[in-house]
Design a protein around this ligand. Sequence first.
Ligand SMILES: [Zn+2]
Length: 66
Amino acid sequence: MSPRRAHSPFDRLRQTFEEAPLRCDACGYVDDSSEWRVTTSGSRVRYQYCCPTCGALDTRELRLSA
Ligand SMILES: [Zn+2]
């Protein structure tokens, strides 16, 4: 019997990112095979996605609250 780890708000947000299909705001290209590139620094998490079609860079930044 293994108790389930409670998901933090960040975990839920991350799931939202990872489950949603990627869509480029610039050209509308939908890419459901690529993933966000995730980088963390301190209390911030940055999601970046580079569109393979037009090269636009989509960046989302999340701030983790302690
Ligand atoms: Zn694009």
